[in-house]
Design a protein around this ligand. Structure first.
Ligand SMILES: [Cu+2]
Length: 473
């Protein structure tokens, strides 16, 4: 072959490879600022396509979807966020931040003050189905609160249960390094016994309960009912179990389990971001609540035992109860297929999380209208577990890998979808707004495992990106 021909072929091959590459690279670039409601492509799930996708005339702003703007709050808290010299983030000088408790039906008001966090901060009420404007997602429901600024969240604590709050601005760093706390809503009449938050977080590789590594006291007298509210604030699944006495799972993600029964020699999985309430009656011989290795609540000096090999399956635990809606009548059917795809993410080549074969920001917007019944099939062949978290709604598990749920309705806001697993879930679209639906391994979300559920006719005035100063993940 003559040299010019060789060169021509080489150039041709180079153009053939680099041309599409340049195209995909360019397409992957996240603009310096963008509107969450205009990213990706609308997915109507087989339902009506009416309504304004991008806002415009007749649309309402998420900023108007607030909690009660008048009335004296029954729970009023001010939380001041700081970045400390050691790199940790604190709220009112502590991490975890103060535990906030409200009774069901009370008006809660939290004033977030940013002292010195240069990236800005927000507070998201994880698992609390608040009105959209109170959801605390930077660039979607508000602007990040900059140093010297403050922001007021007001909402009614409608559902008793175990929740938590955390920053949703640069969250994969801020949550990891301390910007979070527990939020508990109790029934109006306080239950007898001991009610204790078990807030699990790993700081610099050390697992803690409420910031304390090793054993912490469980101060219950024999015969007292104990409710241990385990909150997993880390990035991966956590195993929890009780030794010394049989125990029950009283609630999952802030929703009571119906017909819970005693468990022994089994652990439960607490999804990243999820909560599981463990209940038992304190025996005279002592008991302990272990949360993985390295941290436990202990009464009566009970020594650590090995983690039980068996894990409770929520799919079959408890007994059936009405859902309050009929998933068979769903008018939206969505797929949320999590994979791993070679390509560019914001100009960086790599193997990235994909949603329905697409890379962020070219991912689906799941479009719904108020009153819709929604089914979603979440599947995962990406090689890793993903704790999927939909804001603003509780969904119920219908099946896993084609096997129908037969236990108590398994309501959740945070669900581990393991590699090779498929979950079918359902919920009612009853909380208008724009809601992120993402992986709560927050590094994964920052790497593009994030979509959103958007109600037709709702627009956001906030923007994501460097220019706007909003980086929710
Ligand atoms: Cu993930």
């Amino acid at each position: 072959m003559k040299k010019p021909v060789k060169i021509a072929i080489a150039v041709g091959v180079t153009v053939a490879i680099l041309g599409p590459l340049a195209y995909f690279w360019q397409r992957s670039l996240v603009p310096a600022t963008y509107d969450m409601a205009e990213m990706g492509y609308p997915d109507y799930g087989g339902g009506p396509q009416a309504g304004h996708v991008h806002g415009g005339a007749g649309s309402i702003s998420v900023a108007t979807l607030t909690g009660p703007s008048t009335g004296d709050p029954e729970v009023a808290v001010t939380l001041t966020a700081r970045k400390e010299k050691d790199g940790r983030y604190t709220l009112n000088g502590q991490t975890p931040g103060p535990e906030i408790r409200a009774k069901k039906g009370q008006l809660v008001q939290v004033t977030l003050v940013n002292d010195n966090v240069s990236d800005g901060v927000t507070l998201h009420w994880h698992g609390v189905d608040v009105p959209n404007a109170e959801d605390g997602v930077a660039g979607v429901t508000q602007d990040a609160v900059q140093p010297g600024q403050s922001y007021v969240y007001r909402f009614v604590a409608q559902d008793a249960g175990t929740y938590w709050y955390h920053s949703h601005q640069v969250s994969h760093v801020q949550v990891r390094d301390g910007l979070f706390g527990a939020f508990v809503v109790t029934e109006p009449v306080f239950a007898e016994g001991i009610d204790q938050v078990v807030e699990v977080h790993t700081y610099d590789g050390r697992r803690t309960i409420g910031g304390v590594a090793g054993e912490s006291p469980l101060s219950a007298r024999p015969g007292q009912l104990v409710r241990a509210r385990v909150i997993n604030t880390d990035a991966g699944p956590l195993r929890a179990w009780v030794t010394g006495v049989p125990y029950r799972v009283a609630a999952i993600d802030g929703r009571d389990v119906h017909g819970s029964t005693d468990i022994s020699d089994k652990s439960v999985t607490v999804t990243a971001g999820g909560r599981v309430d463990l209940a038992f009656t304190m025996p005279a011989s002592g008991a302990r609540v272990d949360v993985g290795a390295g941290a436990a609540l202990v009464a009566g000096g009970l020594k650590a035992t090995n983690e039980p090999k068996a894990v409770l399956d929520f799919l079959t635990y408890g007994t059936k109860a009405p859902l309050g809606f009929d998933p068979a009548k769903a008018n939206r059917n969505f797929d949320y297929r999590i994979g791993r795809t070679a390509g560019f993410l914001d100009g960086k080549p790599g193997l990235w999380w994909s949603i329905n074969g697409h890379l962020f920001p070219d991912v689906p917007m799941f479009m719904v209208a108020v009153g819709d019944t929604v089914r979603m099939t979440i599947s995962n062949d990406s090689g890793e577990v993903h704790p999927m978290h939909l804001h603003g709604h509780h969904a119920v598990v219908l099946s896993r890998n084609g096997v129908a749920a037969t236990g108590s309705p398994w309501w959740f806001d945070s669900l581990d979808v393991g590699d090779g697993e498929t979950y079918e879930i359902a919920f009612v679209a009853d909380n208008p707004g724009i809601w992120v639906d993402h992986c709560h391994n927050l590094k994964h979300a920052a790497d593009g495992l994030l979509a959103h559920l958007a109600y037709t006719g709702v627009a956001t005035p906030y923007k994501i990106g460097d220019v706007a100063g909003n980086q929710p993940e």
